[in-house]
Design a protein around this ligand. Structure first.
Ligand SMILES: NC(=O)C1=CN([C@@H]2O[C@H](COP(=O)(O)OP(=O)(O)OC[C@H]3O[C@@H](n4cnc5c(N)ncnc54)[C@H](OP(=O)(O)O)[C@@H]3O)[C@@H](O)[C@H]2O)C=CC1
Ligand SMILES: O=C(CO)COP(=O)(O)O
Length: 341
């Protein structure tokens, strides 16, 4: 059945998801805070900055009018970077309160909020009225916008404490190249998505330094071990980390040139300063601010996160990458599996 969906955020992921939803036959309103994107998307069917080589569906329409975008929708999908979720939700909340409508709230962001250290669904729940956030759905998994744009077969997780809401989102998005599985472990899905971005910066840095496949496999496997260690302490199901939003997304983000986190790491490995790397990316590098949150959480909860901590030291403490690799490799030997940290 055709649904009306507001997609909030016209970066690479929001634009591709909105385009896919139009292809699936839904009525889609793509909201952007950038007025320059309106003629670009509505008249020229392009998103020059975020998806320069992609022609959008001619029926995809964008607007800067948030009230019009979210009026009488079945679903509101937040696809802005993690640290923009709160300011956007704060604009959405009073509009929904005045209208009295209760759409499904979903998001596709991958990070932990700077300062509060909250997961994205927790940020949304802290801003939106309780009636709206009982079944927030998170869409996550190995899925670069550039590959979805060319209809590469892609699998994701739709996670919610409300299985009915997760199933509704699964149904709305699925087609012959985009397949979603439901999951009720929102904590695990959001943490897997956020924490892998930090590890992906490390994968890029190793590539930039000239390390090979053994090193990449070591980083990803031991990275997953520490993601799981922190995740379980924060209430996630361990199995979630061997699913699409865990190891699946870790693989794609640590190996794809499309990954902004990987590219940022690669530039760092080649010797570029952190500030230049972030300024030159022109898109969000979620792992940068999440690395700081992970550093704080690991310290407070006394969880051993040596790889994420090493990446934090490089990003925030000007530690030379070669030095932190040396420190990681000369630690005392330990058992492979010890989830107590
Ligand atoms: N790209 C991908 O392949 C995937 C991304 N994701 C996740 O989706 C989320 C969004 O990423 P993505 O689309 O790639 O990011 P981009 O950097 O490509 O785009 C971000 C978009 O958000 C907009 N934005 C930023 N701040 C605000 C704000 N305060 N209010 C309104 N709009 C704002 C930007 O607008 P402007 O530039 O005009 O300021 C831009 O349109 C991230 O959490 C990412 O991890 C998840 C899966 C895949
Ligand atoms: O999460 C992603 C792919 O699944 C996108 O990763 P980047 O933000 O590193 O591009």
């Amino acid at each position: 059945m055709t649904k009306t969906i507001a997609v909030l955020g016209a970066g690479s992921w929001g634009t591709v998801l909105a385009n896919l939803l139009v292809e699936n036959g839904h009525t889609v309103r793509l909201w952007t805070h950038n007025p320059e994107q309106i003629p670009e998307i509505n008249d020229h069917h392009t998103n020059q900055h975020y998806l320069p080589d992609f022609t959008l569906h001619s029926e995809l329409q964008a607007t800067t009018d948030l009230e019009a975008a979210i009026a009488d929708t079945d679903v509101i999908l937040f696809v802005v970077p993690t640290n923009a979720i709160r300011p956007v939700a704060e604009q959405v909340a009073p509009i929904l309160a005045a209208s009295g409508t209760r759409p499904i709230i979903a998001h596709a962001a991958k990070g932990l909020e700077r300062g509060s250290r909250l997961r994205v669904s927790e940020v949304l729940a802290s801003v939106l009225a309780p009636a709206l956030h009982s079944g927030i759905v998170v869409i996550s998994g190995p899925s670069h916008a550039e590959d979805v744009a060319t209809k590469d077969i892609t699998t994701l997780t739709a996670a919610s404490t409300s299985l009915a809401a997760a199933k509704a989102i699964q149904h709305i998005f699925m087609n012959d190249y985009f397949r979603l599985y439901t999951n009720t472990d929102v904590v695990g899905v959001e943490l897997g998505a956020a924490l892998k971005n930090v590890i992906a910066i490390g994968a890029g840095a190793l590539h930039g330094l000239g390390y090979g496949d053994n090193t990449k496999a070591a980083l990803m496997t031991r990275g997953l071990a520490e993601i799981t260690r922190l995740g379980v302490i924060l209430g996630a199901e361990p199995m979630t980390f061997i699913g699409l939003s865990g190891v699946g997304d870790l693989i794609v983000t640590c190996t794809s040139v499309h990954s902004r986190n990987w590219r940022a790491g690669n530039a760092l490995g080649q010797g570029q300063p952190v500030a230049d790397v972030l300024a030159n990316m022109g898109m969000v590098v979620e792992g940068y601010s999440t690395a700081k949150v992970v550093h704080e959480l690991a310290e407070e909860l006394e969880v051993d996160m040596p790889i994420s901590e090493a990446i934090y030291q490089v990003l925030y403490e000007q530690a030379p990458i070669k030095d932190v690799i040396g420190e990681l490799m000369t630690r005392a030997g330990k058992p492979e599996f010890d989830f107590r940290g």
